[in-house]
Design a protein around this ligand. Sequence first.
Ligand SMILES: [Zn+2]
Length: 350
Amino acid sequence: MPIGDVYKVNREPVLVKTYKDGSTRWHSEACPKCGGTGYLHGYEHIDGARCWKCNATGRYPHEWTEPSDERIEKQRAKEKAKLIAQADEKNAYFMKSHGFNDDGKTYLVLGDTYSIKDDLKSLGAKFDYLMGWKLPKDTDKYPTVEIAIDEVTDKDENGWLIYKPNMDIEEVVKKKKQAYADSHKSEEEKDKNVKISDYLGNVGEKITVTAKLIKEYTYDTNYGYYGGTSTIYTFEDDNGNKILWTTSSMPYVNDKPIESGKTYTITGTVKEHKEYKGEKETVLTRCKLTAATNESLNYIVEETEDDAIMRREEWNKDAGYYERDGVYKPKVDVKTGAMILPKEIYDMWN
Ligand SMILES: [Zn+2]
């Protein structure tokens, strides 16, 4: 049929009927493919662009319905209701296929899981690239952290479970792993605290101890015209013994202020032994700090200069020596010229 015939086609759609919901039924004589022209633009190289649907007549009677907004809305609501009705079933499938149990819990396996993946599979674990292997039931065989479904999923508008954004899930997993590490660290620390703090040295003795600075507490003092601050440094040695040193100066080791968590070799005089919250503490004074050496962590008792003088004086007194012009001389029997010795010294020497 020649293309010229298309001019005979009525291209205006005709309203057939209007439905109660406002939707409309239409009829058209014109071909929907070529718009009633019988000619397909851009297809000149195929059969001279003749429309194949209407055989280039431009005439192709057909009908259609244009839904009203009301009908569209109703249709959408119906589809939505269908999706909502499916939610329970779909969510159960989601949970099962992602390793969650009926209570909405899953147990993420920590550590290297590659070598144990076959065993994990046999235990019903499910893998995903974001979190890893997840067991529906906790096991004593491997370290795990519990994850609740609400922590990693949201529900879409139809109540279907969907994973939260990757970043949120990564954050949840990171926190869980950190909490796991912390709880295990604190168990180690608890073991460490089983060590009973004991006193070091005797009061007045000079001791050297290698210990870690574990706490600093700075407070205001009223000493001096302007006042100032003092800091209580608490150290702990490898045996759990606590060493306290209070100073108003800023202690430096190798030109750096001392830092918590670092280990130092401390030499100081034992000022006091005291107990605080059931822990024995050795209070030192006039301390000198150096970088920790690898030497024995046990303390070395040294005598202070004052102690040495006092001890010599005591010994001389006991030995019957007397001081004259800064020189100690033994007491002698005037008649015999023999040294007069206290009984205990005599016993020691004989
Ligand atoms: Zn056509």
